[in-house]
Design a protein around this ligand. Structure first.
Ligand code: GLC
Length: 479
């Protein structure tokens, strides 16, 4: 039996802010479901104050010990609960994790150094030595580094193999080299390992130390070896590309299921799309938009930041609203100027636009269920999950051909009556190309029969974890 431990800074449904939390919350259970008795799958995250009382009441205490981080001696509790045949561990220290927001604190370097070291220390305390330790993103990168630098000689730790997954290379965990010994408790003789471009770089150190490095789509695995995408790590990744691969994420097919979703107005499936129209009418009612079944509803559910392609949408928003009989619903928060743009667009076109400047998972489900077309024109996208969720709810995606978007959504065309592709795509980072695809989707919408056919095909596209969970198992077996 293979023992696998996932390490990360967030995990649905306990505490999450984005895609990493979705993956941590669905991949371990999917892997367990497909491997059955062949795998013992566990997962560890910090015990944030965000984790609800309901979950806490299910937890039991596994161990209590002291973590020595440099000169600091810090309390550490390990709690656990079981869910979907996966054991979830929670690292408890209120000083570090009772903070409200998950990230964005002055001492994030120290908080996640503590977490990573606590995870490695935990293994001997609970007597669980995984075959594979799988860390995700910079916050847990140090677990692999500590394992290699400080624990390899200890009994039980010798043979643990490691995988590091990059969910977004933009966030590397870069700090001033001066805190190496004080905060991380790492000897200066490891400066070479920890340093990149004159700073300490946690992601870099994990890439060097890990047995395998993966990222969340095959295209992104290639892109991050190029300077346009790599945020300075391209040469490192070229050097280590012998151990680099890309595995496309899946989505949680139980949580994201229009046929069985308690959060939407009317359940539906690809066979009968009438229920989807009822969701549109209901959302229009809720948002005070004209209640019309015939108008195509476009949506954007995204952080409103530059790399999501928000500026492309801003370039064409007014033109689009002047020229087309459509509705646009935008959900998300981000840069103040984008938020303001969409608020203003709504003011100018109150019968067409709704700017919902907030983060609300349940509302996002109602929007996926209501909308006909989903816009996601990212500048870069490691994988992207929203285009997959949109597809599952029958909102046809318009995406730019980059990273995981390129791997999951292919352009629509008809070959001798046969539908090819599962969305509308464009290659260049250009608002004219985006506009063109928005119009192409509009035209198809006007031919309801053809539109429904594509919609049904899109809904049936398999974005479950099935295939990718198998690919991870192969990766683990290959080490
Ligand atoms: C990050 C990436 C996103 C990916 C997610 C899960 O949030 O930006 O593209 O889908 O991680 O891997």
């Amino acid at each position: 039996m293979k023992k696998i431990l996932y390490v990360g800074s967030e995990c649905m449904p306990f505490a999450a802010t984005g895609g990493l939390g979705d993956v941590m919350g669905s991949l371990p259970a999917a892997l367990k479901a497909s491997a059955g008795e062949e795998a013992d799958v566990r997962c560890v995250i910090p015990l944030y104050d965000k984790v609800s009382e309901d979950w806490r009441s299910e937890m039991k205490t596994e161990a209590i010990f002291t973590v020595e981080l440099g000169w600091r001696k810090q309390y550490c509790g390990i709690l656990s609960l079981e869910k979907d045949s996966v054991i979830y561990y929670f690292v408890d220290n209120e000083y570090y994790f009772k903070r409200g927001a998950l990230y964005g604190h002055m001492d994030d370097a120290e908080r996640y150094a503590f977490f990573s070291l606590a995870v490695i220390e935990m293994l001997s305390r609970i007597d669980f030595y995984p075959d594979i330790l799988h860390a995700n993103d910079w916050q847990s990168a140090m677990s692999i580094v500590y394992l290699n630098l400080c624990f390899r000689q200890k009994q039980g730790y010798e043979k643990i193999k490691t995988v590091f997954t990059i969910h977004n290379i933009e966030y590397q965990g870069k700090y001033d080299m001066s805190i190496l010994a004080d905060i991380f408790g790492i000897d200066w003789k490891h400066t070479g390992l920890m340093e990149w471009d004159n700073s300490m770089n946690l992601m870099k150190a994990a890439i060097v130390c890990a047995d395998r490095v993966s990222t969340v789509s095959p295209s992104y695995a290639k892109e991050i070896q190029r300077s346009e995408y790599a945020h300075g790590l391209e040469n490192l990744l070229i050097e280590h590309n012998y151990k680099l691969s890309g595995i496309l994420n899946g989505i949680d097919y139980i949580y994201n299921d229009p046929h069985n979703d308690p959060d939407i107005s009317k359940k539906y499936m690809w066979r009968s799309l009438k229920g989807k129209v009822e969701n549109k009418l209901a959302l229009q009612g809720e948002l005070g938009l004209p209640q019309r079944a015939d108008v195509p509803m476009y949506s954007i559910i995204s952080r409103l930041v530059a790399h999501k392609g928000t500026d492309l949408v801003c370039e064409i928003g007014y033109k689009l609203m002047h020229e087309k009989d459509i509705q646009l619903v935008v959900l998300g928060t981000g840069n103040a100027e984008y938020e303001e743009y969409f608020r203003e667009l709504e003011k100018q076109f109150p019968d067409k636009v709704r700017a919902l400047i907030t983060y609300d998972r349940k509302l996002s489900k109602r929007i996926y269920a209501a909308s006909d077309i989903f816009i996601m024109p990212s500048k870069s996208e490691p994988c992207g999950l929203s285009q997959m969720i949109a597809s599952r709810y029958g909102a046809i995606p318009i995406t730019r051909e980059t990273g995981g978007l390129a791997d999951s959504i292919k352009g629509y065309w008809v070959d001798n009556g046969d539908i090819k592709g599962n969305g509308f795509t464009f290659a260049n980072y250009s608002s004219a190309e985006l506009y063109d695809r928005i119009c192409a989707a509009y035209e198809l919408y006007c031919d309801q029969k053809a539109f429904k056919k594509l919609q049904q095909k899109v809904m049936k596209t398999d974005f479950s974890w099935g295939i990718s969970a198998g690919s991870y198992m192969e990766l683990y077996n290959s080490i």
